[in-house]
Design a protein around this ligand. Sequence first.
Ligand SMILES: Nc1ncnc2c1ncn2[C@@H]1O[C@H](COP(=O)(O)OP(=O)(O)OP(=O)(O)O)[C@@H](O)[C@H]1O
Ligand SMILES: [Mg+2]
Length: 238
Amino acid sequence: MNDKTNKNSIIRLFNVSKRFGGKLALKDITLDIEQGELIFISGPSGAGKSTLLKILYLAQKASEGQILIDGMNLARISSSKLPFLRRRFGMIFQDFKLIPNRTVFENVALVLEAAGEKPSFIRKKVMQVLRTTGMEKKFNTLPPTLSGGEQQRVAVARAVVGEPSVVFADEPTGSLDSKSAQAILDFLMGYHKKGATVLIVSHNLHLLERTVSGRNIEISEGRIKRIATIFQDKERKQ
Ligand SMILES: Nc1ncnc2c1ncn2[C@@H]1O[C@H](COP(=O)(O)OP(=O)(O)OP(=O)(O)O)[C@@H](O)[C@H]1O
Ligand SMILES: [Mg+2]
């Protein structure tokens, strides 16, 4: 059961719509995301899942509606402050968005360089995160020579290396075999258990079976069709 007295919203959308030319990709989305939540976003291809994630990550602007970040109206936050806000967010894009002419190490290190971290810290931290995603041996490789699953694991490493408090993952297991998919999912669940808010877009509702508690938001034709609370009284008791 949610403890309403502890309610701590980090991102709130009010009647948000997103238009691409004449096409409405998101329609009238009202959603409240609380600190520490685990959210699965599901729905058919073209429903608007990636668009919703990009709006929450502040990578795309809403066409209509209001967005509050920590209670602040996004429309009143100057664009020069956006990179600082986004530093609290990590994003695993559906198409990875790795920089092709930079090595695996450099792709992951960029996040920490942008945050002004020291080279010695960056070296240690990047290799540590690459180890947890099983990519440390390929640290000196260029992304185009990696398999889709390997690129996905680099994208995961890049998303979490700055220890963001919110991680957005767009089909993070889409290019992986079932064993690697499980490993990435366990990694994201572990990251959530440490206190982070994690939002995962997935077609694969089997993922929900592994979830102890969270929310499943179903999107259909740009609208929220259903929000279900997942609560499975499984192995874990607190
Ligand atoms: N940059 C864009 N320009 C024009 N149309 C876009 C753009 N991005 C998304 N759309 C359109 O918005 C709709 C929603 O796209 P979106 O990528 O959010 O779907 P999705 O639910 O993530 O689908 P999938 O499961 O296939 O990844 C689609 O009709 C898509 O063509
Ligand atoms: Mg998508």
